[in-house]
Design a protein around this ligand. Structure first.
Ligand code: PRP
Ligand code: ZN
Length: 288
């Protein structure tokens, strides 16, 4: 026991690379992890445990790991006492019904009397119950997508992200059961441990800064002095924009942090108001 915070990550799968990328953006130098079960972070009191994603909620609940990054789907399924501390905005996927390409599921009620294979029996049964549906649920531990072609099930209820797995198995998407993204979870004990909670607070602050930075851009432009009010009215700034004087006396430079997705909505208005030399730059960190 070295007193470090222990973080559980998915060993191999959709969340692995994105989780490591998030840690790197948080300034963590992660040792080369290939095939190792535990690696340390060089410049932060953090050890990373690589586990099967389905095991992460229980390992965190039991305190084997202090915190974990895992999909909401897995947490709901496992019903563990592991508070969600942050939504992480990546690893978005949906739990869906999927049907063989040559068959059809026209309305939700068509699942009545069918056999459904899934690795998420709890979520699926809750969904069937709340929709007054009656179907047989077969729980599998993996490779659910081959169940229909093996004749084990009529349809499946599985996680779909890009849709590649379904396509390769000649299945098509049908009704949605649950939306999910990656979240940071914690053990209750971690939050009560003074030292660990201190490390965790630091980590969470970095995570939030990376997330805000990623959804924001730094906007710079030159404008005619007399259109300042108009331009300020257009910019959806996080804070009041910075206004600077230029050598050319009728012109000003305006800088502002804006939500990334707003840029293309305001660009025409900015130009119409006389803005020129418009630059949009990425932001690495944003501390609020
Ligand atoms: C899910 C699901 C599919 C895959 C779908 O697995 O079981 O295998 O993702 O992704 P796609 O639509 O991009 O092809 P998950 O990452 O949850 O890992 P696991 O099944 O090994 O737990
Ligand atoms: Zn899994």
């Amino acid at each position: 026991m070295n007193g470090n915070l222990k973080l559980a990550l998915q060993k191999k799968g959709r969340l692995t690379e994105k989780s490591l990328e998030l840690l790197r953006l948080c300034g963590m130098e992660v040792e080369n992890y290939s095939e190792r079960l535990v690696v340390s972070v060089r410049n932060f009191p953090l050890d990373i445990l690589f586990l099967r994603d389905d095991d992460i909620p229980e390992y965190v609940q039991d305190g084997v790991a202090d915190i974990g990054i895992v999909g909401e789907n897995v947490i709901y399924e496992k019903q563990t006492n592991t508070p969600v501390l942050e939504k992480l905005g990546f690893g978005r996927c949906s739990l869906l019904f999927a049907y063989p390409e040559n068959k059809e599921l026209k309305k939700l009620e068509d699942v009545n009397g069918k056999t459904i294979a899934t690795t998420y029996p709890k979520i699926l049964k809750d969904f069937l119950k709340s929709n007054n549906l009656n179907a047989k649920v077969i729980e599998l531990s993996g490779s659910v997508e081959i169940a229909p072609s093996l004749g084990v099930a009529d349809l499946i209820c599985d996680i779909v992200s890009t849709g590649n797995t379904l396509m390769m198995n000649k299945l098509k998407k049908s009704f949605k059961v649950f939306d999910s993204e990656a979240v940071l979870i914690s053990a209750e004990t971690t939050l009560k441990d003074e030292k660990k909670n201190e490390y965790l607070t630091d980590l969470r602050r970095r995570i939030r800064s990376v997330m805000t930075a990623h959804s924001s851009k730094y906007l710079m432009m030159n404008i005619p002095k007399n259109s300042l009010d108009k331009i300020i009215g257009i910019i959806p700034s996080l804070k009041s924009p910075t206004v600077l004087h230029l050598a050319e006396k009728d012109m000003l430079a305006v800088h502002a942090v804006i939500p990334s997705d707003k840029f293309w909505h305001i660009i025409d208005d900015l130009k119409a108001a006389g803005a020129s030399g418009i630059l949009l730059l990425p932001i690495e960190n944003l501390i609020q």
